[in-house]
Design a protein around this ligand. Structure first.
Ligand code: ADP
Length: 484
């Protein structure tokens, strides 16, 4: 039981539980209830959209420098509270505290960067075809927007969308994942205290996503929806956006290959593989899912990786020593176990791990051992579906053309990594990999100023950088006739 009850933040007001009741948020490290959260109803969602639509003309025409001042105040408030916010994030999501604090700092960096970029929503003028005309191109906020975010980065997933939207002059109604709504509500609190006008942001939580999406998708005033989550749900939203022709920005699943050539710096390749695979216990859409290693260096790479994995500390994310926390929910463990069992049944060998982690300090059944699989091939579930867990599968190859084709043989196209010291090969791979982000000798590719997003079934649109703000802007061409 918990005494903590969170309300929803709707048009500048905190609204506690109604007849719709509350739902619990669990700590994956202990199974304890962290807080109860009020369930938002369809009526609440409508009220939030009404409030956003009402304030949109004011917010959209406010000078960007004034919007920037409010955003920066929210940044300062979150920075002051970073330790407390980090601990809350760990308790609802499970990742190690240093990663949680890093995530919030990264989110704040998005807010800061976009608050500057809002001042550069430049249009243009274009020479006309006749002397009596002028052509101007204006950039204007698209209007009311909606965001739906997942549980793996409860803070930055919302801040990245919100930063771009607010800086562009858009209002937003947001729904965080039901597993991790608390960080999003704390973001709302920071903006409220920073003086964000009522209605510019509403955060609504519900255990059933339909309460939110049915209303949002049907409402023609919501002009854009930004979603991060599974490809399956992304497709549902893309289909339902057609009725009101909303702009969609979808950041969906991935199945990242990481290719290690025989000329690579193996130490760097192992360090980056570790960071990409074990950050957030492998629960990121850019986590490496298939490690292709050239046959000539396979033994050495495997030994180094096995050593690095064998010394990882598993525990509660609040413990400073912890490097691998619990997975977010029991179903996540089931999926990891299914993938490992399928790989083993088809001939893979478990070199390390392969089981749920147990121990006197582990107070839930949601910990999984860092697991190293070898003799993996392209027919296994683990090489086709996202595992979203701390499992590193090694495949081998000998030929560059062949490994490129194997790396691309997936409906996903979010991120790919390649380790080589051969410049010509690096050029061939960066151009040949069918992925929205490619890391060359780099598997930690996040940056606020860069356009992040996927190709193929990994999504549409980009987040971060100037292209990230473009998603929230309309382009208007104005033709002006000169009366002489
Ligand atoms: P994940 O695999 O990361 O849980 P989901 O796509 O299921 O991915 O969830 C991401 C977000 O999408 C969450 O906020 C969740 O509530 C929401 N969601 C899940 N199903 C739907 C749906 N059918 N329509 C709209 N949003 C959904």
């Amino acid at each position: 039981m918990t005494d903590d009850i969170y309300g929803n933040y709707i048009v500048g007001q905190w609204q506690g539980p109604t007849d719709a009741g509350t739902f619990p948020v669990y700590d994956p490290a202990t199974g304890a209830v962290v807080a109860e959260v009020a369930t938002a109803t369809a009526h609440d969602v409508k009220h939030a959209i009404n409030g956003a639509a009402a304030v949109q003309p004011m917010w959209g025409t406010m000078p960007p420098v004034e919007r920037q001042a409010i955003i920066r105040r929210a940044c300062a408030i979150m920075t002051d509270r970073i330790d407390e916010l980090g601990r809350l994030l760990v308790r609802e999501q499970g990742k190690p505290l240093a990663q949680a604090i890093g995530e919030i700092q990264y989110g704040i960096a998005f807010l800061e960067w976009f608050s500057e970029e809002g001042r550069r929503a430049h249009g243009m003028t274009i020479p006309a075809g006749t002397a009596t005309k002028r052509i101007a191109v204006l950039k204007q906020p698209i209007g009311v927007t909606a965001a739906i975010t997942p549980w793996n980065f409860p803070s930055v997933q919302l801040l990245r969308k919100l930063g771009a939207a607010l800086a562009a002059g858009c209002t937003m109604v947001a729904k965080p994942a039901e597993l991790t709504p608390l960080s999003a509500l704390e973001i709302a609190r920071a903006f409220d205290e920073a003086g964000l006008p009522a209605g510019v942001l509403s955060v609504l939580c519900a255990q059933e996503p339909y309460e939110f999406t049915d209303v949002v998708m049907a409402d023609p005033r919501v002009r854009a929806i930004s979603f991060t989550g599974s490809t399956e749900v992304g497709k549902i939203l893309m289909r339902s956006s057609a009725d009101t022709m909303k702009r969609v920005s979808l950041e969906l699943g991935g199945h990242a290959p990481l290719i290690v050539f025989d000329d690579a710096d193996l130490e760097a390749a192992v360090t980056e593989t570790m960071a990409s695979k074990f950050r957030n216990m492998g629960q990121t859409c850019v986590s490496v899912n298939r490690i292709f290693v050239h046959q000539a260096v396979a033994d050495e790479f495997r030994e180094r990786l096995e050593h690095a994995m064998s010394v990882l500390t598993i525990g509660n994310g609040l413990d400073e020593k912890t490097e691998v926390g619990p997975l977010v929910e029991p179903a996540a463990l089931d999926k990891v176990e299914r993938h490992v069992a399928d790989a083993v049944a088809k001939g893979a060998k478990v070199l390390l791990g392969g089981n749920r982690a147990k121990g006197a300090d582990l107070h839930s059944d949601q910990f999984y051992e860092p697991t190293l699989l070898v003799d993996v091939d392209d027919s296994m579930l683990i090489t086709q579906e996202e595992t979203f867990g701390p499992v590193a599968p090694i495949l081998t190859f000998t030929d560059e053309t062949d490994v490129l084709a194997r790396a691309n043989a997936t409906p996903y196209g979010l991120s790919a990594y390649c380790f080589t010291n051969d410049l010509n090969r690096a050029i061939r791979m960066s151009e040949g990999l069918e992925y929205g982000t490619v890391g060359i000798n780099d598997a930690m590719i996040s940056a606020v100023q860069a356009p992040f997003g996927g190709m193929k079934e990994s999504g549409v649109g980009r987040e971060g950088g100037p292209l990230g703000m473009e998603e929230y802007l309309e382009t208007k061409y104005v033709s002006i006739g000169q009366v002489r």
